[in-house]
Design a protein around this ligand. Sequence first.
Ligand code: ADP
Ligand code: MG
Length: 220
Amino acid sequence: MGPDSMGPNSMNTGSMDTDFFLSWLNGAAELIRLRRDHLTELDAAIGDADHGTNLDRGFAEVRQALAEWPPTSPEQVLLSAGNTLIRRVGGASGPLYGTAFRQMGKALETPVTAAGFATAFEAGVRAVERLGKAAPGDKTMLDALAPASKALARAVQEGAQAREAFERAARAAEEGAKATIPLTARKGRASYLGERSIGHEDPGAASSALIMAALASAAA
Ligand code: ADP
Ligand code: MG
């Protein structure tokens, strides 16, 4: 992060409306669909080969629910997505992602600013930590989500606009996901493998990076 990443001391207040959150979630669904087989391959190496299919099915239903019952606020978008993921995705990732979106929705204040988004996002990540009893370094989705949350908070502190803040968060998530490769899994199914989980990227961290990439795209 060089001095060129220091934006003016102002925040984007105008663009994060209901449509913005819809394009985030719909974009995430699209990216997960495109990367479904890759996510499943990652899970085949250290889990039970269902992460891509689990999430793709879940996010397709998220999309469908958002279209059938159009939400009228950012909070409603996140609650709808969270509820659908909790209800419809088997496996650890459904309740974890679902809780993250729900808690984020509850913590979100409207109108949504970059700073407000960062605070709500952090609440979502905390909820994942509580529910999964995991911490960064355990080789889970938190290894992408926690650095993303930190990067987001730092960007906002430095006065970055939403678009730049989300790009920095997406980069941090991507780097965090790649950084799970040398780790030993301490939570979830992959932990049964112990040291044999070393050398593989965590599937949940990889899908978290996709969700953050969709966030950056929605703001671009
Ligand atoms: P399952 O492991 O039940 O088959 P998925 O394959 O859909 O569920 O999701 C696996 C991912 O869930 C892992 O790669 C990891 O990132 C995440 N995960 C599993 N357990 C936890 C946990 N306790 N805390 C945080 N994330 C977890
Ligand atoms: Mg699995």
